[in-house]
Design a protein around this ligand. Structure first.
Ligand code: ADP
Length: 262
């Protein structure tokens, strides 16, 4: 917390005791996490450590087995009542969920829609925004990701990097306050990685969106983030400034992970 800002702000995201199992496998292990508004957290760790599942639980694509999640102080999925979890109603849940957007490894664009149609689909059909204004905003977003000239192209006519930039514009079109990035460069040809990272980097500089970024791009994880989390076996092992996690990690397990990938 800043010394000149003594009143604690409501966290953008608050997880308490969140667990997730797949059969016998514990993928998230009683996880606690507070994310302040405006933070950009890079999440690193070995494959299988639970990073993607953490994002998917926050996105409500997976249901946590235990624990609670709050988004800007409002419960997502469940609220606590006398120590018990009680499901919140679907409409309230959708309203809370609307603050969160996600960009996926595999882009997930609608193949039968052009870039601009992909971007305006949810604003028009989920939010009920007028087509003309959605289109105007959508074009500005395509401009922002450097693809205004590709607005009428279909995904198959775009490179992987371009498709991923459309996917970022599509997520932004819903005006999320929290944006989740799940290994968004892993499916790209190496020469296409930087154009996507540059878009995310510019986004990080130019606005206030809180970001959780799962990535194997360690330089990016260090440079774009205000905070880095190292996960192992569904637990947060280290949680600190990127300069510390990457430069002088406190935990031997973080050190050995970073050594193993260098
Ligand atoms: P990471 O993103 O760190 O690689 P994941 O969150 O994707 O880790 O996965 C954690 C573990 O959970 C892995 O062992 C993975 O195989 C398993 N897992 C993930 N999703 C499912 C699922 N839907 N069903 C069964 N096992 C899953």
């Amino acid at each position: 917390m800043q010394p000149d800002n003594p009143s604690p702000a409501v966290p953008a995201l608050r997880l308490r005791g969140v667990s997730k199992h797949f059969g016998e496998l514990t993928v998230l292990d009683n996880l606690d996490l507070d994310v302040e508004a405006g933070e950009r957290i890079s999440i690193i760790g070995r494959s299988g450590s639970g990073k993607t599942t953490l994002l998917r639980v926050v996105m409500t694509l997976e249901q946590a087995d235990t624990g609670i999640i709050e988004v800007f102080g409002r419960p997502l999925g469940w609220r606590l009542e006398g120590g018990r979890r009680v499901a919140i109603d679907a409409k309230a849940n959708r309203a809370v969920r609307a603050d969160i957007g996600m960009v996926f490894q595999q882009f997930n664009l609608f193949p039968h829609m052009t870039a601009i149609e992909n971007v305006i689909e949810a604003p028009v059909h989920v939010k009920g925004e007028a087509r003309a204004s959605a289109r105007e905003r959508g074009m500005a977003l395509l401009q922002q990701v450097g693809l205004a000239d590709k607005a009428d192209h279909y995904p198959r006519q775009l490179s992987g990097g371009q498709q991923q930039r459309v996917a970022i514009a599509r997520a932004l079109a819903m005006q999320p306050r929290i944006l989740l990035f799940d290994e968004v460069t892993s499916a790209l040809d190496p020469e296409r990685v930087d154009e996507v990272l540059d878009v995310i980097g510019a986004l990080a500089e130019s606005n206030e969106i809180t970001m959780l970024i799962v990535t194997h791009e360690m330089r990016f994880a260090r440079d774009v983030a205000t905070r880095t989390i190292f996960m192992e076996n569904g637990l947060v092992v280290e949680d600190d400034k990127p300069s510390i996690v990457f430069g002088n990690p406190r935990m031997p397990r973080t050190q050995s992970f970073l050594k193993s990938i260098l």
